[in-house]
Design a protein around this ligand. Structure first.
Ligand code: GLN
Length: 380
């Protein structure tokens, strides 16, 4: 009756691994979400707005006060100027924002450059728009981009480049030099950019996050996507935002208004209150998560895994090549069942996975859970 438009797509690895973890009562370090709650003031604000009856549709681009707070935050933390009216759209999660941005840009036959390991929602969006993902693998060891390879893959059909920094699942980050290279290529070939910056505040060891919004040549041709889920530990609230110049925002909103129309009203109002009252909160995140990364990595010192501490995100890759030659997909299921610890295999994010032995562990967890996880892993 129906020929699938996404024949190669099944249920996401995050859904599958969280379900397997739950069935096996395993520690769940697979799907990325904190096991601790958001700041209390934010939760209070949410309850307050629901009870105050702020439960009907918000304006399509988002609650005005929240868009103003987003603009303030960008000014405060990144020295970026942004117009809440014409450049900021609040969306029900960065996933929806990415879908809308891809849909707004890609026409049948267009090519879109993505970097593997590539976050799972990019390619289905490209395919549904009739486009074709051109996969370029990041360096196998340090997950950096080779810009000469990128240049060699640009064709007259290339429409868009999608980047993600800090990068899920590898934890690598793009440097200022990377963004300058991207800018030069995009200007030369007149390309658009979708920049997934949902982990923008989670960068470690005094690294800086570099946003496409800080580079004039990229600013004018980019959609930048952010997620309150990551920044405020409310992944279940599914709220984020897209920043793009007015002409791109206008096309973005044409799609967004027919995909979901708006994001959830009391969530937006609560976020606006919290951001107004505690504008420096995002700046506390790097130290908070770096301590968790270090706790986890140090507790693994006597294990047989090897690792390079993650540069950003709340994910840590562990190399298991000294332990097993099994495929990561198999090992990950096996260890969830046998050792009660769940992680994410990274080969799943590749078009053609190299010979690698990495599993991804989420360290947005309580110290007790991280130490318990490390104890299990040290015995493997
Ligand atoms: N982004 C989260 C992760 O990488 C998962 C979100 C989802 O389940 N779609 O683990």
């Amino acid at each position: 009756m129906l020929t699938s438009k996404l024949p190669r797509v099944g249920t996401t690895i995050f859904t599958r691994m969280s379900a397997l973890a739950s069935q096996n009562k395993a520690l769940n370090l697979s799907q990325g979400f904190p096991d601790f709650d958001a700041p209390e003031a934010l939760l209070d604000a949410m309850a307050r707005h629901v009870l105050a009856g702020h439960n009907q549709y918000a304006p399509m681009p988002g609650v005005r006060e929240l868009r103003e707070q987003i603009a303030q935050q960008l000014g405060r933390h990144r020295a970026i100027n942004c117009d809440p009216e014409s450049e900021i759209t609040v969306v029900p999660g960065a996933t929806e924002g990415i879908f809308c941005a891809v849909t707004a840009c890609v026409r049948p036959g267009d090519e879109v450059i993505v970097f593997d390991p590539c976050y799972d929602c990019y390619e289905p969006a490209i395919e549904l728009a009739g486009g074709r993902a051109i996969h370029i693998a990041l360096d196998e060891h340090n997950f950096s981009i080779d810009w000469e390879t990128v240049a060699a893959h640009i064709s007259p059909r290339t429409r868009l480049i999608m980047i993600n920094s800090p990068h899920n699942p590898s934890g690598s980050t793009l440097s200022r030099e990377d963004l300058l290279q991207l800018q030069a290529l995009c200007e030369q070939h007149d390309l658009l950019v979708i920049s997934d910056e949902v982990y923008e505040y989670l960068v470690f060891d005094d690294r800086e996050h570099h946003s496409v919004l800080q580079f004039p040549g990229l600013r004018q041709r980019s959609f930048a996507l952010f997620s309150f889920g990551k920044t405020f530990s409310v992944t279940g609230w599914k709220t984020g935002y897209c920043i793009a110049p007015p002409a791109l925002t206008s096309e973005f909103r044409k799609v967004h208004q027919f995909v979901t129309f708006v994001a959830v009203t009391p969530v937006q109002m609560a976020l606006a209150d919290f951001m107004r009252e505690d504008p420096d909160y995002p700046a506390t995140l790097a130290a908070f998560y770096q301590r968790k990364r270090d706790l986890f990595c140090n507790a693994l010192q006597t294990s047989r895994f090897s690792l390079t501490p993650s540069a950003g995100t709340y994910f840590q890759l562990l190399d298991y090549s000294a332990i097993s030659t099994a495929a990561d997909t198999q090992l990950c299921e096996d260890w969830t069942q046998r050792h009660a610890i769940a992680s994410i295999p990274i080969s799943i994010f590749y078009h053609a996975a190299p010979q690698q032995s990495y599993l991804r562990f989420c360290f947005a967890k309580s110290d007790e859970v991280l130490l318990e996880a490390a104890e299990i892993l040290c015995k493997i």
